[in-house]
Write a protein that binds this ligand. Structure first.
Ligand code: NAD
Ligand code: DAU
Length: 360
């Protein structure tokens, strides 16, 4: 058995579905069910006995310890985190608590469990920390992409909390010998992403006739990866990664935010045209910038490619097309997530993001 924390969220749910489609090994899914979680993400495996769901918080060491003792997993993959940069700017406390204290608590529970294992199981055990490229800070246009040796320079409360967690993971391996793996991945997109993030926010807002907010001038660059490629990389790192190592994950998909939103509008124009025949691009609005907005992320994933033979299977346009098609085919999912917590966030989000014309 493996344990997945945060398995009801975007990437965790994709990972579990992917895992169970390829392996007979059961998964214990440990999730606190925050606003970002959605049990509907796991509907396809509702009757699959290999998926055991437990509502628990990674900060609850006793609960995590009891689950580890009861299920005796060979690995723990930690996806659980507060993940949205804008929310971290407006409310950093929960990020420090969940992402930093949470990882500390999880590491301590995992260490105690691991120390009690028989020697052969101890050697085989892995704790995989799912982290982000944002820990490396911001690149200029002509800088080379981040490698695993790029110094950490996080700029947002979110990335600082993830960077701190990565350091704890490193220390637990170095000091106690806990066999850890850390992955630093670029921006994911795909099914099940909560529509506060740029890609699903653009799709959902476009279809609802709302403005499509682009921060600043839209020139900030992210390195986009289809979520299935991230999941495949995580499986490969778990299988063959060397304990104590970190691996960058990214698909060479650098695009400016304006390019991303324009592509989504073009795909929507094709797959679900507006009633008035105009392009969804007419809904684009340039709005006040995100404070401390990192200019550019780009990932060098040579280590993962060369050592572990991973490479992305999905091109950018193909992945975006599949993503748009998924949101169009899953209107019920979209409607269901746009209730209480989402509506409250969007109201403040739009209120804060007065258009630049309005500010002038
Ligand atoms: P998400 O916000 O969609 O899901 C997070 C999940 O974690 C939710 O199901 C939530 O209920 C759960 N969770 C939060 N706090 C918890 C806690 N204290 N205890 C137990 N469960 C808790 O996030 P995501 O986009 O799927 O990201 C998953 C992980 O991948 C995060 O660690 C994130 O930092 C990392 N990551 C994300 C991206 C991306 O582009 N989304 C890229 C690189 C790395
Ligand atoms: O790089 C990996 C990270 O990618 C993950 O660690 C984070 O969990 C994940 O949320 C994501 O962070 P970003 O801040 O890059 O993602 P977001 O979708 O919030 O924003 C992508 C870009 O789009 C960013 O430059 C800000 C911009 N943006 C975002 C929103 C929500 C807009 O222009 N308008 C918006 O309304």
């Amino acid at each position: 058995m493996i344990v997945v924390t945060g398995g009801a969220g975007f990437i965790g749910s994709n990972f579990i579905l992917d895992w169970l489609a390829r392996s007979r090994e059961p998964v214990l899914n440990l999730d606190a069910l925050t606003y970002a979680a959605n049990p509907a993400n796991l509907r396809a495996i509702a009757n699959d006995a290999r998926h055991v769901f437990v509502r628990a918080d990674i900060r609850d060491r006793d609960a995590v310890s009891a689950l580890l003792a009861a299920h005796r997993p060979r690995a723990v993959l930690n996806f659980a985190a507060e993940s949205h940069v804008d929310r971290s700017i407006h409310g950093p406390a929960e990020f420090v608590s969940a992402n930093l204290d949470g990882v500390f608590s999880l590491l301590e529970a995992a260490r105690a469990y691991w120390e009690g294992l028989p020697a052969a199981e101890r050697d085989a055990f892995r704790l995989l920390q799912v982290s982000t490229d944002e820990v490396y800070g911001s690149l200029r246009a002509d800088d080379p992409p981040f490698t695993e040796t790029t110094p950490y320079a996080p700029n947002s409360p979110y990335s600082a909390s993830k960077a701190g967690a990565d350091h704890l993971v490193r220390a637990w391996c170095h000091t106690y010998g806990l066999p850890t793996l850390t992955t630093n991945c670029s921006n994911n997109y795909g099914p099940h992403q909560f529509p506060e993030k740029l890609v699903p926010l653009t799709i959902v807002s476009a279809l609802a006739g709302r403005p499509l907010p682009i921060y600043g001038d839209g020139s900030n660059v992210r390195d986009w990866l289809f979520v299935e490629d991230h999941c495949a990389a995580l499986r490969r790192v778990l299988e063959a990664g060397r304990p104590g190592e970190t691996y960058n994950i990214g698909g060479g998909g650098e695009r400016s935010n304006l390019q991303v939103v324009r592509m989504l509008c073009r795909l929507l124009d094709e797959l679900s045209p507006r009633a008035d025949g105009r392009s969804y691009a007419a809904q684009i609005r340039f709005v006040a910038d995100r404070p401390g907005h990192d200019a550019r992320y780009a990932i060098n994933a040579d280590k993962l490619r060369q050592e572990l033979g991973w490479q992305p299977a999905h091109g950018f346009e193909e992945g975006m097309r599949r993503t748009v098609a998924w949101y169009l085919a899953n209107r019920e999912w979209v409607e269901q997530v746009q209730t209480g917590a989402y509506r409250a966030w969007m109201e403040t989000h739009y209120a804060r993001r007065a258009t630049q014309e309005e500010m002038a």
